[in-house]
Design a protein around this ligand. Structure first.
Ligand code: A2P
Length: 335
């Protein structure tokens, strides 16, 4: 029997994409339940052309669900994911609440789908930057292990939710009209600005929580606790696709040609590396696409041993960075 699937946080930026991905990929579901806060209960969203009434998430609405895709924030996940797992639901959780728990698989299907089998009711969907950065790196790492990784991000509004996307639109309109705009969701003016990621900064390490997540999650997914990795995470005024500047050092010598040929055949990845036309990965091209765009692949000349490469990635944060990856995990559960 096909599963009953629920999307928890159905009205959110990621939740809406989850519904879209389930429909577009013809997920074999028996019925779809949409859950959100009491504020949205009774509203209707479309699954294809089928209207589905939103239910308020609560103790009375969590029974009879086989697979639940969660994207309603960490506190909702902490409260409801274990409760639903106890009742036999398999939860695919997009929050960071359980990602680093030893008994929770952290999965990018192109990399470690075998980890799914070890779940005990909850499977975690990784941080968006972790997914976008390491999916193209995995096939390289398998041939020539990556020893050191330096990531610098250019992150879109969508990672902070639907309200942050609206703040970018509104503050840009206000800026162009010469009006004053008080930021409501993000801590700094967003229009025509760039600022350090809005996550909390650890006073001891100096890393913000987004950077710390990316670093520890990449090691967990790669199954390589010793990989040296550092990240700088920044918000840019882009709506929904993130970019990452990636620099990595391998165990053995490596050439841009080798990396290009590995990337060209990597699952879920498209090589966009057209030097002649100066055409490289851009968030505009990545938005709304399942594939990650990878280009600007070049030898890092600061490493005379020729073991280092620089490259640039653009990927839709709401799709491969969140909803699509979660739906791919769910597909593995039923397939
Ligand atoms: P709602 O729209 O009813 O507030 P985003 O990440 O885009 O901000 O979306 C957050 C999602 O999480 C929304 O679907 C939101 O629903 C949902 N949500 C927020 N708080 C709760 C809650 N306490 N219970 C259930 N869903 C919640």
């Amino acid at each position: 029997r096909s599963p009953v699937v629920a999307v928890v946080g159905a009205t959110g930026a990621v939740g809406r994409e989850m519904i879209e991905c389930l429909h577009r990929r013809k997920f074999p579901l028996r019925s779809l339940r949409l859950l959100a806060s009491g504020r949205s209960a009774g509203q209707v969203l479309k699954y294809g052309d089928q209207p589905v009434v939103i239910e308020a998430l609560g103790p009375d609405t969590i029974d009879g669900i086989d697979i639940a895709l969660f994207s309603a924030g960490g506190s909702v996940s902490k409260q409801y994911a274990p409760l639903m797992a106890e009742r036999g639901t398999i939860v695919v959780d997009n929050s960071s609440a359980f990602r680093m728990h030893d008994d929770v698989p952290l999965v990018v299907p192109e990399i470690n789908s075998q980890a799914i089998a070890q779940h005990r009711g909850i499977i975690a969907n990784p941080n968006c930057v972790a997914i976008l950065s390491i999916t193209p790196l995995w096939p390289i790492h398998q041939r020539n292990p990556i020893r050191r990784l330096i990531l610098s991000t250019y992150q879109a509004a969508s990672g902070a939710g639907a309200a942050a996307m609206e703040e970018l639109r509104e503050s840009t309109r206000a800026y162009l009209a010469g009006e004053r705009y008080e930021p409501k969701v993000l801590p700094h003016p967003y229009a025509f600005n760039v600022f350090s990621h809005n996550a909390r900064v650890d006073p001891t390490t100096g890393y913000n929580d987004e950077e710390a997540k990316v670093m520890q999650e990449a090691r967990k997914i790669f199954g390589d606790a010793t990989m040296r990795i550092t990240a700088t995470c920044v918000r840019v005024p882009v709506l929904r696709a993130h970019c990452v500047s990636v620099n990595f050092e391998c165990e053995e010598r490596i050439t841009p040609e080798e990396v290009r040929s590995i990337v060209a055949s990597a699952p879920g990845v498209r090589l966009v590396d057209d030097a002649q036309n100066n055409y490289y990965p851009m968030p505009n091209d990545a938005s709304g696409r399942d594939e990650l765009l990878v280009g600007r692949i070049r030898q890092d000349v600061s490493d005379p041993s020729n073991r280092s490469i620089s490259m640039f990635i653009a990927g839709d944060q709401l799709l491969k960075g969140a909803a699509l990856n979660a739906v791919q995990i769910a597909e593995k559960l039923v397939g």
